[in-house]
Design a protein around this ligand. Sequence first.
Ligand code: NAD
Ligand code: TYD
Length: 349
Amino acid sequence: MKNILVTGGCGFIGSNFIRYILEDTDFEGKIVNIDSLTYAGNIESLIDIAEKYKGRYIFKRVDICDKEALETVFTDEKIDTICHFAAESHVDRSIVAPDDFIQTNIIGTYNLLNLAKTHQDELELFHHVSTDEVFGSLGAEGFFTETTRYKPNSPYSASKASSDHLVRAYNKTYKLPVTVSNCSNNYGPYQFPEKLIPLMILNALEGKSLPIYGDGKNVRDWLYVRDHCVAIWEIMKNGKRGETYNVGGNNEMQNIVVVETICDILDGIKGLSGSDSCKNLMTYVKDRPGHDQRYAIDFSKIKNELGWMPQESFESGIEKTVKWYLDNSTWIERIRSGEYLKWIKNQYE
Ligand code: NAD
Ligand code: TYD
């Protein structure tokens, strides 16, 4: 792997992945980040990396639905590996407006697979980043394994399931060298504040209400983003081609417990107590339609085959995350005010 094409590298996990690869691994090659810079893409998340790794980090504003632009990047940059993060990723948005999810997550992935197939002789690996949400919802018992049947419930998870099937088909039919990872809910630095954890941190800091969907007893497994990045890199280096790997954080929690934990940390830091606790901001709101009850991951395959384990407990990971949001007020302000989009407009339009 010398020249890696990362798609969606200006998003939450993609930007953490690029940072991890360049800063903390022995990778000596080049990363080409292509991202169309939707509302969720923030080029500023890698501004220091772009400066520090000139020549080894290249950004190009490309939509994965644009086949010609994909071909140009692949050829010009002599790509040999693809790591595919780009997606519309928020379930609530997919319920209101599924079109972009179908375009980017299904058609975009299909375009990338065709690109990879056209250049199969030069291609070492196509790694596809997916989600545990493709498996649907669990009851009180059990875990998702790599052989759990796909039963997606939201337009988001259905679009991701569709992309997973295409990746599988290109491996089985055309022998494309692929690996797939299906992981649980990520959290950590640089996450767009529409997802549960950053939204609750920022709302609490601003004294806004903390909306809890339904009874707040839905369970998610929380995976610290850096642990996820380590897992992806391990799969890319040593994972069996044609295989899928489940990646989990070993941190199953009800949503209310997650929000209460954030409140406890903020109360401690800000010195608030009693009736001023952030918990007073928790507000139960109408449930999300088709809200999956519980996700939980059995990650014994990646543990046994590749020796990967999550390193972060929820307690340590959430402390680091809250601290990151407290320490990065400029990044937050530019997102909250929409300034980050204006900067992009000036640069690229
Ligand atoms: P994100 O929404 O933060 O980032 C997505 C990135 O993709 C953005 O930078 C956006 O600009 C870019 N993008 C969107 N449409 C594009 C297009 N047509 N062409 C090029 N770029 C485009 O998402 P994330 O949370 O970083 O998720 C990354 C991947 O991981 C996704 O495939 C997602 O399904 C998967 N995943 C995420 C989680 C999670 O908890 N965040 C969990 C499991 C799996
Ligand atoms: P989210 O971060 O959107 O991730 P996903 O839907 O992909 O799991 O939501 C995590 C959980 O938190 C999910 O059960 C929905 C719930 N939730 C709330 O209760 N309130 C909120 O404002 C948000 C965004 C999510």
